[in-house]
Design a protein around this ligand. Structure first.
Ligand code: ATP
Ligand code: MG
Length: 561
């Protein structure tokens, strides 16, 4: 099969074969003002992925030019997430703040060349003067300040003589340019604030647009891959680099990843955390990488998802079902199988001896024979899933009902003989018998049963808490709300349900924190890596075995559509 190349690959390969570049260098430049989400994962896979593919290098660079919103916690979470996804960067982690001196020197160059000036307009005035897409801008009254005065003021700005907001350094480009980014953009502002790495060394900080292209140039980035919203900024970056006559990377834009049923704006994610709508940035319902890790998604499944989506030039929204599909495919191949009963109903096998515990053998992973087998204790008192029994069962109900025979997975055929109810009429116990001839789950006389149930021994099983997650939002595009509305109104009130009395077979004790397994017939579950109890195991549902949501959605659509 020949692999079809996307437009970025094509450019990189052309640059390598023409000899324009010997080694490609890309970069992933997060601003440390939040945790990484699945959209970032896409960007990481593209940037690190191409570097890997073409034996180049991808820099992990923190775009830490904004002192007010950045925190160490975000830096370490980002490092952890990139590493967890399975990528490596060059010799060391890079920080935009390491280039503050160089950026400042470049800014002085612009000033000296009459290409930048100190402006005393307020932020609001600058905004008003900028004009709009249909109206040209107005020049600042400070635009024609003499060069010497600009240089002097700039140095005094740096020295801390002026208060926040009283002055800025602006590029002198063109207030009539059809591209608003070119209308004398601000390069430096005054912020008397400590920075997480440079401390109090600076009280002027570079604006994103000034800093970003320079960072790429300083690092010798060959292909600066970024999202489409930077297309309109490219002429500005080009202008800066030309004025300074420094190395010029090639910027290529691609479409950002959007995912339905979730939000990806850092501001909204922060609001979910701070408003306690979720338990934190790594809540398993969050679209963050740390949330997905805690939920039990593997790096491989996230990478596969990103790869399947390809690189696009046009904005699109991916279906979250596609991500879940990728997660399932990966887990199906490698997750160990266990039996866990989420909502237990006790059954007593009347013809099985009271003190006897027998061991039956279970297959650890039918997809992978090398995963081997395990022993599962079988005893007189067992638990099955409440939903696997029905008193007044319809014809098509193949699970357990009074008088009918079913198979207990890996064990025996059993028949339900009697139902025991409490004073409220609720079923509390079933009395059954088993056929000792059917050990292993088949009858020597060849008779068949339609239903196979999972089960655990009552005595020889472990208690567990199971957290069932559903989508965090009920609408496809939760960020979209009517006038006066707020995205939190679209939160799914049932996105988490906690089951307290669940039971699981003892072999599960070998499972490690953060490992995802399958509970047969129930789905994939991850042993929680954060919360811990002495009394019981805590499992997060990673994903159901099938895409039940799709079916429900279809039904809803059919009914109302
Ligand atoms: P903001 O800049 O508003 O804080 P951001 O999501 O752009 O948010 P950055 O930290 O600047 O956050 O992002 C780092 C990199 O990840 C950028 O190069 C950006 O283009 C890329 N990126 C962010 N969101 C997505 C997305 N949804 N799909 C693909 N790439 C993304
Ligand atoms: Mg950004």
């Amino acid at each position: 099969m020949t692999e079809s190349k996307n437009f970025i690959q094509q450019i990189i390969e052309d640059d390598l074969s023409s000899g324009k570049h010997k080694n490609i260098i890309t970069r992933f430049p997060p601003e440390p003002n939040g945790y990484l989400h699945i959209g970032h994962a896409k960007s990481i896979c593209i940037n690190f992925g191409f570097a890997e593919k073409y034996n180049g290098q991808c820099n992990l660079r923190f775009d830490d030019t904004n002192p007010s919103k950045e925190e160490e916690e975000y830096v370490s979470s980002i490092i952890e997430d990139v590493r967890w996804l399975g990528f490596e960067w060059g010799d060391k982690i890079l920080y935009a703040s390491d280039y503050f001196d160089e950026m400042y020197t470049h800014a002085e160059t612009l000033v000296k060349n009459g290409k930048a000036f100190i402006c005393d307009l307020s932020a609001e005035e600058i905004n008003q003067f900028r004009g709009t897409l249909t109206k040209s801008g107005r020049e600042s009254p400070f635009r024609n300040r003499p060069t010497d005065e600009n240089l002097d003021l700039f140095r005094r700005m740096k020295a801390g003589e002026f208060s926040n907001g009283s002055k800025v350094l602006r590029a002198k480009i063109d207030m009539n340019n059809s591209n608003l980014n070119m209308r004398d953009p601000v390069l430096y502002r005054i912020l008397h604030e400590s920075h997480h790495r440079t401390g109090d060394a600076w009280c002027i900080y570079p604006m994103y647009d000034w800093a970003h292209g320079l960072e790429d140039s300083i690092e010798g980035i060959t292909h600066s891959l970024c999202t489409l919203e930077f297309e309109d900024h490219r002429p500005l970056y080009d202008w800066f680099l030309e004025q300074l006559n420094v190395y010029h990377p090639r910027q290529i834009e691609f479409a950002r990843l959007n995912l339905n049923f979730t939000v990806m704006s850092k501001r909204m994610l922060l609001e979910l955390v701070e408003g306690n709508y979720v338990s934190g940035w790594n809540d398993p319902r969050m679209p963050t990488i740390s949330g997905m890790r805690r939920r039990g998604y593997s790096p491989a499944s996230i990478r596969k998802f990103a790869e399947n989506l390809g690189v696009a030039k046009r904005e699109m929204t991916a279906d979250i079902a596609l991500l879940e599909h990728s997660v399932r495919e990966d887990l199906n191949k490698r997750a160990l199988r266990f039996m866990g009963v989420l909502d237990p109903l006790k059954i007593v096998i009347e013809n099985f001896p009271e003190d006897k515990v027998e061991e039956v053998e279970g297959i650890n992973n039918p997809e992978d024979p090398s995963a081997g087998k395990r022993k599962i204790p079988f005893s007189r008192e067992l638990f099955i899933e409440k939903s696997d029994f029905m008193e007044d069962a319809p014809k098509k109900f193949f699970r357990l009902t009074l008088g009918k025979e079913v198979r207990l997975r890996y064990a025996y055929f059993i028949t339900c003989k009697d139902i025991i109810k409490n004073e409220n009429g609720e079923i509390v116990e079933l009395r059954c018998t088993y056929d000792p001839e059917t050990k292993g789950g088949s009858a020597p006389d060849g008779r068949k049963v339609k239903g196979t149930l999972h089960w655990v021994s009552a005595e020889n099983s472990l208690p567990m808490e199971v957290r069932l997650y559903d989508r965090l939002f009920t609408t496809e595009n939760p960020a979209k709300v009517e006038e006066g509305g707020h995205f939190t109104q679209n939160i799914n009130p049932n996105s988490l349900s906690v089951l307290k009395g669940s039971r699981v077979e003892p072999a599960v004790q070998t499972v490690k924190k953060g490992e995802t397994i399958q509970f047969e017939r129930q789905g994939y579950f991850c042993l929680d890596s954060e919360d811990f109890s002495e009394q019981y195991l805590i499992f997060n549902r990673t994903v159901s075995l099938r895409d039940t949501w799709k079916k429900i959605q279809k039904k809803v659509d059919n009914n109302f559509g």
